[in-house]
Design a protein around this ligand. Structure first.
Ligand code: WTA
Length: 653
């Protein structure tokens, strides 16, 4: 593991950051949590008696068909929460609200081509139940895995909720992933049914989801049926496993008795990148995840009944799970779903959407903010953004400049900004300002939420002094922590609990400043956040070496103004292969085909050999320095071949 670095922003600018923005008085007055006293009171309550604290939260947030007696059963590193309880997430998102919210929009949808749909809570419940019944008719039972490979359309939420309703375990695969990536995930999860669409819209073109499914199908060992929704494309001739979504739900009953599952019943598996080539199936369970998603959405976004809430994430990522679908619906608010690219057909799109739906809460990624910032202030300023009252950021460190721009230009200086730190594995937001309570500093995620024990420690487990970088751990269990890596329980222990036994290791570096504010410093393992998407450098490497012309590959991140991190691949070719710009293009396309366009390297460099230590390990720190154009300051005396470095530097084409 490398030392903590700060690949994504200049450490200097952050160390000297001393602007503080207290929450606007007007905002605090109406907020769920109104002051740091509120925050500290809850924190102390949680510290004094975690069981009582979480037990109370769980009873407040959810309807439990059967109550729990045991709040937490913790046998490090394995946690069971709300043990005897039985509940159903779809019931909590839908049925529970129907007496009051039947006609309230649950989802406001806008497709990239401009088509719009309003789905009320009542309609959503009926659609979920029809699909749930449809899935049952295909033989899907409690505990079966169901794949979801859909565009950002209401059906994605319907699909997730229908699985939850019948106790099936969903595994959503981001629509931007390739056939190969889809097939690996479906095989690993052992999915029985796959829900997809004929296509989705992105940047004015159709994403050929069904074609990808067809390409993967011969290699998907466990898929029995493919349910295809109509959206954008041409489904082609239906294959023997294909079922039309519309046909499947036609004639199904609008009601479906929820499956009252045990609190620890698996809810979903979501694949995410780690430091090896194979993505991990992060598994979340029902009770703890639901409690935490519900609570954090209300606290961090200070939800009110009439909020129109827009989280721009795709359901293919954890942010889409917790903060597009489950968190908002658990709270009975209106969630906006937009299908396409932020700048399609032009750079006005986001701001038009905010003005059209009178969005009050916007939650997006620093990459998007930085690219809008680059397009200039005039574009957002032309639109009425006065409905906004709160802004959120997620997915990567936000540099103070982008934070200030977000606050001033988008938020008109009146909206608190919440920079929320969390991970697929944590299930929900862990470190974040509470907008009515926490004075914010541009670029800092501030403090852990009440009940969360985030600590910055060194490798021996000792707290690091303020101002110094260390490793970020979560030292106590929390309800929405991942329960395992699906099918690989050893990897769960090894990846997350072996750095310091019993303490969850995040893979991130962080430091606190003199006031105790937490500043995230980026990953310390071989995971990179490229444009807010999490990727493993090892995954990209294994895609590259799968190409017949490639002998060896090393992929590292380099700081990028727009994307946060850009991917640079160093490649040695098989004997007799002539390096050429065409080959570079071919290799980049090959990676996009193996994984998806998000993994396409930004830069490829051919090398005679890769710099290695005497024991044969690739010297990544050195490559990172070379990639970022920095003079390497490290000790290179162990280099196998010092000429390699010179060769890499010279390679400019
Ligand atoms: C990074 C996304 C700094 C971090 C929810 C983490 C952040 C990884 C922030 C998880 C933030 C996420 N500030 N870094 N506010 N939010 N990260 O699993 O490196 O896709 O480990 O979950 O994103 O990415 P994941």
């Amino acid at each position: 593991m490398a030392e903590p670095q700060r690949p994504q922003q200049e450490i200097q600018s952050v160390l000297t950051e001393n602007r503080v923005f207290p929450p606007p008085e007007e905002f605090s007055r109406k907020a769920h949590l109104r002051s740091m006293e509120d925050y500290h009171r809850l924190r102390e309550e949680a510290a004094k008696d975690p069981q009582a604290y979480w037990g109370a939260r769980a009873r407040e947030e959810l309807y439990w068909k059967e109550p729990f007696q045991t709040v937490l059963d913790w046998k490090p590193p394995h946690a069971r929460w709300f043990v005897e309880g039985r509940t159903n997430l779809a019931y909590n998102c839908l049925d529970r609200h129907l007496p009051k919210l039947k006609d309230k929009p649950a989802i406001l949808f806008e497709g990239e081509p401009g088509d719009r749909r309003t789905v009320t809570y009542g309609e959503l419940a009926a659609q979920v139940n029809r699909l749930a019944n449809g899935l049952k008719s295909l033989g899907v039972k409690k505990g079966d895995r169901v794949g979801i490979y859909l565009p950002m359309v209401p059906e994605a939420a319907v699909a997730m909720l229908a699985c939850a309703r019948i106790g099936a375990v969903h595994s959503v695969v981001f629509g931007g992933f390739s056939a190969e990536a889809l097939q690996d995930r479906m095989n690993d999860a052992g999915a029985k049914v796959l829900l997809t669409a004929d296509g989705g819209w992105r940047k004015g073109a159709v994403v050929p989801l069904k074609k990808n499914v067809d390409a993967a199908l011969p290699n998907m060992r466990t898929i029995e049926k493919v349910v295809v929704a109509k959206r954008a494309g041409d489904a082609g001739t239906p294959g023997p496993k294909d079922v039309s979504w519309e046909e499947l739900v036609k004639g199904q009953s609008d009601t479906c008795e929820p499956e009252w599952v045990e609190s620890e019943h698996p809810l979903f598996i979501l694949y995410t990148s780690g430091s090896t080539g194979k993505p991990k199936g992060v598994m979340h369970t029902t009770g703890g995840y639901s409690v935490y998603a519900s609570l954090t959405t209300r606290w961090v976004f200070d939800l009110k009944e009439d909020d129109i809430y827009w989280c721009t994430a795709d359901v293919g990522w954890v942010t889409g799970h917790s903060y597009v679908v489950y968190g908002p619906l658990l709270n009975g608010v209106t969630s906006v779903i937009y299908e396409g690219a932020p700048t399609q057909p032009g750079p006005e799109r986001f701001w038009e959407i905010i003005a059209r739906y009178k969005i009050s809460i916007l939650y997006t990624a620093p990459t998007a903010i930085r690219s809008f910032m680059r397009l200039g202030d005039e574009i957002p300023r032309k639109h009425d953004l006065s409905s906004l009252r709160l802004l959120g950021s997620v997915g990567e460190p936000i540099n103070p400049e982008a934070w200030m721009w977000y606050r001033d230009v988008i938020g008109g200086g009146r909206c608190p900004v919440v920079d929320t730190w969390w991970q697929t594995e944590t299930g929900g937001i862990m470190i974040s300002p509470l907008p009515g309570a926490t004075p914010t500093k541009p670029g800092s995620a501030t403090f852990p939420l009440p009940g969360i024990h985030a600590e910055i420690l060194d490798r021996e487990g000792a707290p690091v002094p303020k101002g110094q970088g260390g490793l970020l751990f979560v030292t106590h269990p929390w309800p929405s922590m991942l329960r395992t890596v699906y099918g690989d329980p050893d990897r769960y222990v090894k990846t997350y609990f072996s750095e310091l036994p019993g303490k969850y290791f995040t893979g991130d570096g962080a430091r606190t400043d003199a006031d105790g504010y937490i500043w995230l410093m980026g990953r310390v393992d071989d995971v990179v956040n490229v444009a807010g998407h999490r990727l493993g450098t090892a995954e990209v490497e294994s895609a590259l070496v799968a190409h017949p012309r490639v002998a060896e590959a090393a992929v590292v991140g380099r700081p990028d103004e727009l994307k946060g991190t850009a991917l640079v691949a160093f490649i040695t070719l098989k004997k007799g292969t002539v390096p050429s710009p065409e080959l570079k293009k071919e290799l980049a396309t090959h990676v996009a085909k193996e994984i998806g366009a998000i993994a396409r390297p930004d830069e490829l460099r051919f090398a005679e050999a890769l710099p290695k230590t005497r024991s044969g390990k690739i010297m990544r720190r050195l490559l990172r320095d070379v990639a970022s154009g920095k003079q390497s300051t490290g000790d290179t005396s162990t280099l196998e071949d010092l000429n390699v470095l010179a060769t890499l530097r010279q390679d400019e084409d």
